[in-house]
Design a protein around this ligand. Structure first.
Ligand code: SAM
Length: 309
C-alpha cells in the first residue's frame, strides 16, 4: 500500500509529466523556429539535435513521439536550438562529423570534413600501395584523411602536417579515438617547409589545401564564414596561392614512383593542372565528385623527372 504522501508525489509527477509537451509537439515547434531563423534543412537539423539528446536516431523519435519531453532535456534542447538558430554548424553542436564511416571530433579549431573529400581516400586506396608504404597528409586539420587511411590500411606509415597547433590537438584526439595514434606522426609546420627527413621518402602525398579566394569567402554561408577557421579555407586573393607552394613541396617529398592526390576548387582544374605540370608532375588526371564537379587531382611524380621550380 502507498502512503498518502507517496500518492501525492506520484500524482504530481504524473500531472507535471502530462503538462510537458510531447516529443512530437516539441519537434514541430523546433522545426518552425529553425525555419523562421532561415536554417537550411530545418526539419533534419531539429530531428538530429533531438535524437542526439535522447540517445536515439530519427526513427526512434517517431516511435517515442507521444512521450513527454522531460523538462531538463527540454531546456538542453532549447539551448541547442538557440545555437543552431544563430547559424552555428550542426556538427559543432553535436561535436562530431562522420567521414569515411568514422566519427570525427570537430569544433572551431578545425574545418568540418566535407563529403567530397572522401573521394581522396577512395583514390588513395585504389592505388594499391605497397605494404608499409609512407603517406603524408599536408594540411591535416581534423586528421580525417590521415586517420581514415590509417584505419583502412593498417600497414601504412602515415604522417600529418598542419600549421595550426590547435588543429593538431583535434587530429591527435581523432587518431586516439580510432586507435591509430601510434601509427600517425603529426607535426606542426608549413607546407612550404616540411621536415627535411620526409624529403623523397613518401609513396603518397594527399592534401585538401585551402582553395577559397578572399572574395568568395564573403559569400559563404554563415555556418562556414563565422565558424570554420578562415586560414583552413582561404588561400589568398585568387584561391590558388597555397597550390603554388603545395605542388613543388609535394613533388619534393615523393619517391620517384610516388603519387600526389589533392582536392581542388570548383572550376580550377586547368589552373591547378598547369601548376602541377610546372612542378614536374605527369599523368595528371582530375576526377569528379558525387555532383560531377572536377574535384580530385591525381598526378604521378615520375621516375625520371626533376622539379622545374
Ligand atoms: C581545407 S583544411 C583541410 C583539413 C582536412 N585535411 C580536411 O580535409 O578536412 C586545410 C588545413 O590546412 C592547414 N593549412 C593551411 N595553410 C597551411 C600551410 N601553409 N601550411 C600548413 N598547413 C596549412 C589549415 O590549418 C587547415 O587545417
Amino acid at each position: 500500500m502507498r502512503s498518502a504522501a507517496e500518492r501525492v508525489v506520484r500524482e504530481d509527477r504524473v500531472r507535471r509529466a502530462g503538462a510537458a509537451p510531447s516529443i512530437g509537439q516539441r519537434l514541430t515547434e523546433a522545426i518552425s523556429a529553425l525555419e523562421n531563423a532561415g536554417v537550411p534543412e530545418a526539419r533534419l537539423n531539429a530531428e538530429l539535435l533531438l535524437a542526439d539528446l535522447l540517445g536515439t536516431d530519427r526513427g526512434g523519435l517517431l516511435v517515442r513521439r507521444r512521450e513527454p519531453l522531460k523538462p531538463a532535456l527540454a531546456e538542453r534542447y532549447e539551448v541547442m536550438l538557440r545555437r543552431r538558430a544563430g547559424r552555428e554548424p550542426l556538427q559543432h553542436i553535436l561535436g562530431a562529423q562522420e567521414f569515411y564511416g568514422l566519427s570525427f571530433r570537430v569544433d572551431r579549431r578545425v574545418l568540418i570534413p566535407r563529403p567530397e573529400t572522401e573521394g581522396l581516400v577512395d583514390a588513395a586506396l585504389a592505388l594499391d600501395l605497397p605494404r608499409r608504404a609512407r603517406v603524408v597528409d599536408l594540411g591535416t586539420g581534423s586528421g580525417c584523411l590521415a586517420v581514415a587511411l590509417a584505419v583502412e590500411r593498417r600497414d601504412l606509415r602515415v604522417a600529418g602536417l598542419d600549421c595550426s597547433p590547435e588543429a593538431l590537438e583535434v587530429a591527435r584526439h581523432n587518431a586516439r579515438r580510432h586507435a591509430v595514434d601510434d601509427r600517425i606522426d603529426f607535426r606542426e609546420g608549413r607546407i612550404a617547409r616540411p621536415p627535411e627527413e620526409w624529403r623523397g621518402a613518401m609513396d603518397l602525398v594527399v592534401s585538401n589545401p585551402p582553395y577559397v579566394s578572399e572574395q568568395d569567402w564573403n559569400g559563404l554561408e554563415p555556418e562556414v564564414r563565422d565558424h570554420d577557421p578562415r586560414e583552413a579555407l582561404v588561400a589568398g586573393p585568387t584561391g590558388l596561392e597555397v597550390f603554388e607552394e603545395l605542388l613543388p613541396a609535394a613533388f619534393g617529398l615523393l619517391r620517384p614512383d610516388g603519387v600526389f592526390i589533392a582536392e581542388i576548387g570548383c572550376g580550377t582544374e586547368s589552373a591547378v593542372g598547369s601548376l602541377a605540370a610546372t612542378a614536374g608532375f605527369r599523368a595528371i588526371d582530375v576526377r569528379p565528385d558525387l555532383r560531377g564537379i572536377p574535384r580530385v587531382l591525381v598526378a604521378e611524380r615520375g621516375a625520371d623527372r626533376e622539379a622545374r621550380t
